[in-house]
Design a protein around this ligand. Structure first.
Ligand code: UT7
Length: 326
């Protein structure tokens, strides 16, 4: 026994920041950003907290699943940084929803949602849960260096959520890690210990874009092929791929290597940029609500990110929410 997705949701800050808005702040332009990344605009938090975004996504997902918070047996939040070191974002969300279940955070960076699905799968396999909420919520605007044009233009804020119930729609899943901070990192706060002799590092994102790009294309190709094979399927059986929304050129290159028709690769990076782990569940919610999926469709999710981590899975869509097609 594994799980089925019975509800989806998403939540974004109100403020839209376009490439032209960024050009007012930095030496950049829509002409540079759009062709290199596919990003036109992103949402950036002004008054919202990470919890606000997570709560909006969670409430939408509960609403589409038709269950109440009291029915949840576990809440998993995938996040790089909640509003507090402690309590975890998941505990704050549990309290705000009025749920009564264990709750904890998972830091798998951009692959965090896939890591959380993998953990949820284990809960269902052991019969430890009947309903699990997985929320990925990120506020990258508080992690990037707004003076570094090579990274800050890429990211956005947002949250995506799913409610899971027992079922057999997860056909395969894999997560990987290749540990190291060389290519992509955001150091933690230094604190003010009078005994600390370690070097204080800036608490902002550093990324070696070109190396991460190469890792991303090759790992997506490898992971998608592996999970599809593990599920006993071929790429022709796949209706849609939901890739990590990091860069349209990475997505196009991976699609090309997989010989996957471009219309079967779903994206919303043009409107949201890279929202780290929140990107895939928010895209899933958008497509579910738009009626993109039909019952029985085979979906593949594939992500990569800091760690370096990757995650991928194959899911059968059996119709979360009210808006799907037969
Ligand atoms: O979820 C995390 C995963 N991260 C990723 O997936 C990122 C993967 N990497 C990428 O997507 C690409 O490497 C980037 C979009 C980050 C960068 O694209 P690139 O084609 O690799 O550009 P580059 O870093 O080689 O920079 C080319 C030029 C440089 O100028 P010079 O040295 O050639 O004069 C940069 O200074 O573009 C300059 N540049 C910019 N110019 C205007 C870098 N950022 C900007 C900018 N606006 N925002």
């Amino acid at each position: 026994m594994s799980f089925s997705i019975i509800g989806t949701g998403s939540g974004f800050p109100e403020r839209v920041v376009t490439n032209d808005d960024l050009a007012q702040l930095l030496d950049t332009s829509d002409e540079w950003i759009r062709p290199r990344t596919g990003i036109r605009e992103r949402r950036v938090a002004t008054k919202e907290t990470v919890l606000d975004l997570a709560l909006a996504a969670a409430r939408n997902a509960l609403d589409s699943s038709g269950i109440g918070p009291e029915e949840l047996d576990c809440i998993l939040c995938a996040t790089l940084r909640g509003d507090y070191f402690t309590p975890s974002l998941a505990c704050l969300l549990q309290g705000a929803l009025g749920a009564d279940c264990p709750a904890f955070d998972i830091n798998g960076a951009c692959s965090g949602f896939l890591y959380a699905l993998d953990v949820a799968d284990c809960y269902f396999a052991r019969g430890k849960a009947q309903k699990i909420m997985v929320v990925a919520a990120e506020m990258m605007s508080k992690l990037v260096d707004w003076k570094d044009r090579s990274t800050c233009v890429l990211f956005g804020d947002g949250a995506g959520a799913v409610v899971l119930g027992p079922g057999n729609d997860l056909l395969s899943i894999k997560v990987t890690a290749k540990g190291g901070a060389e290519l992509l990192r955001a150091p933690n706060v230094h604190g003010n210990s009078p005994f600390d002799e370690t070097e204080e590092l800036p608490c902002v994102v550093y990324m070696n874009g070109q190396e991460v790009y190469k890792f991303a294309v090759s790992s997506m190709q490898r992971d998608v092929q592996e999970v599809v094979q593990q599920a006993g399927l071929t790429l022709e059986d796949v209706n849609y791929i939901l890739p990590h929304q990091a860069n349209i050129r990475i997505i196009d290159a991976a699609a090309h290597k997989l010989k996957m028709p471009r219309e079967r690769i779903l994206t919303n990076i043009d409107r949201h940029g890279n929202t780290s782990g929140a990107g895939i569940p928010a895209l899933l919610d958008e497509c579910a609500r738009a009626g993109t999926f039909h019952r029985g469709d085979i979906l593949v999710m594939s992500s990569f990110g800091s760690g370096l981590t990757t995650g991928a899975c194959v899911l059968r869509w059996s119709g979360a929410g009210k808006e799907q097609k037969e």
